[in-house]
Structure formats: structure tokens, C-alpha cells
Design a binder for this molecule. Sequence first.
Ligand SMILES: Nc1ncnc2c1ncn2[C@@H]1O[C@H](COP(=O)(O)OP(=O)(O)OP(=O)(O)O)[C@@H](O)[C@H]1O
Ligand SMILES: [Mg+2]
Length: 308
Amino acid sequence: MNLVTIEHLTKSYTERLLFDDTAFSINEGEKVGLIGINGTGKSTLLKIVAGLEEPDSGTVVRGRNLYIRYLPQIPEFVPGDTALESIMRDNANETHYSSAEEMQATAKSMLNELGIPDHEAKMETLSGGQRKRVALAGVLMSRAELLVLDEPTNHLDSSMAGWLEEYLKAFRGALLMITHDRYFLDSVTGRIVELDKGKLYSYQAGYRGYLELKAQRLEMMEATERKRQSILRNEIAWMQRGPEPGPPSRRPTSRGTRSSGTRRGRSMTEMWSWNPLPAAWAAQLWSLRACARLTGTRFSWRTLPIFS
Ligand SMILES: Nc1ncnc2c1ncn2[C@@H]1O[C@H](COP(=O)(O)OP(=O)(O)OP(=O)(O)O)[C@@H](O)[C@H]1O
Ligand SMILES: [Mg+2]
């Protein structure tokens, strides 16, 4: 069952388009890693999923009474709270602890695991990394159906990262996470979503599988581009040779069609069956050629002379 479904997501801050009519969804119990280069909008997507930001257009549908806990990239705190108070405050609505004492014992244990042994330290005296770990401990104490974690592995040493890795693998709810730790990503998540130039691409794999699938996708795109270039080069060469002498039916008509069966006819048919666009280009080339003849102008495509 989908916990969150986002469709036709479009959002920009000022003139920068972060999401361009794209989609995202996450299922019950699914563990998803979100990747993308810095500043592409990853944190913004997490905020939209968590309901803290609204898209400019598109729809966001969350399951009824869906319980989400969110760890921001840079958490904020109530001034004056100690680390323990801060966690207790964040979990005041958690109902699965039988008593405040039980919740407090769990909070202390989490803080210890994440390298905050001084539970009474005031939040404002802690470093940015320590604050992030306090916030992480607080979020992990919940029984959310969906954890949304923005860079939880920042500021963790390897033993803390190992502990978090096991904790999240055992976590039964869904997880949407941003992390730059590729090993962690590969170990914890089962699906990678990549944000690239406003579009979200989903790969049903861990990070290693994502790398392989992405390489395949790029190879396919390159092969398609090579084929397009080759067909276009052939077409330009064909145009440069000029029309064969023959009955008018062998010449292009105003609708850009030719009789089939000739060498040239087959070439055009092949090209049009592949993509209708070159048909339009061919028509343009015919006009350009006529123009070149009339005016003595030279035309070229990249470094390739077309007509002169
Ligand atoms: N509230 C806001 N107002 C204006 N611009 C914003 C706001 N939030 C984010 N941005 C801009 O939108 C872009 C994407 O920000 P976002 O934090 O979502 O990216 P990110 O992929 O998480 O980046 P990073 O990898 O650095 O964490 C950035 O250029 C950022 O400056
Ligand atoms: Mg971010």
C-alpha cells in the first residue's frame, strides 16, 4: 500500500526549478535512498513528503492518519533544554512506552549509542554534530510508519554508523533517507531514487544495483543518440547527392512522402519509422537546398557542409 503518492510535482524557489512535473511514491515498509548532487532539492522533497513544504503544483496524497517522523538536515531546539529533555519533549506523543521512566531509559540508551553520554548537557552548549545526533536519537525512539531522515549519517563515527545501520535494517516501518554514505545506502535501502534536473528516477535496487542500472540506462541513451546521428548523417549525404532522375512520383511530395522500393525510398522509410521528426527535418533540408541554389549561400551542420 502506498503511504505517500506525489504526482505532477512542480516547485521552484525564485527562478530555480527544483521539480519539473515529476512523481514520487513510497510503499509500506519500503526503504528508499534519495540521491542527487548538492542543491538539487533533496531536502525540499523530504519536507514535501513530511508535509512541511507545499508544492507549487501537483498533488500529495498521504495515507489516512499516516504517522511520519522527520529528521531535518539542521535540527532546531528549544533553548534551555538538556539533551534528555529535548528527546522527551520530541516524544511526548509516543504512546508505545508504558511509562515516562521507560521512555527515559530508552532515551538514555539511544543517547549513549550515539555518543552523547552527558544527558544533562544543554543543547546550546553542544556542537552541530552532537545536536544532530540528539535529534536523531529522538526520531528513532518513535514507532512511526514512515521515517524521513535528512542526512542521519553525518557526524557519526563508524561504530555509531554500524549501530544505526542495524537499527534501520531492523526497523519495520518505511524509510526515506538522504545520505552521502554509499556503503550505508547500499546496506539499508532497497530502492534508490535519483533527483536529476527536476526529475525523479526510481531504481529498484540498492546503491550497487543502481550504479549498474544507471550505466545501462546511459548506454541505451548513448546508443539511441548514436543511431540518431548516424541516420541524420546518412540523410544529409543522401540530400547532398540530389534527386535521382526519374518520374515525378520518385520525388518528395508536398507532404514529404516518397514512393517506396528505391534505395532512397527505403532510407526515408527507415528514418521515418524510427522517428517522425527527421521527416520534418528532411522537408526543411529540401527547402534549404533550394534556397542555397537560389542565393548561393552555404549551409552546414556542425562541421559538415550541407549545401553550398
Ligand atoms: N526556503 C527556501 N527559500 C529559498 N530557496 C530555498 C529554500 N529552501 C531551499 N532553497 C534553495 O533550493 C535549492 C535546493 O535546496 P535543498 O536544500 O532542497 O537541496 P539539497 O539537494 O538538499 O542540497 P544539499 O545537498 O546541499 O543538502 C537550493 O539552491 C536552496 O538554496
Ligand atoms: Mg539537503
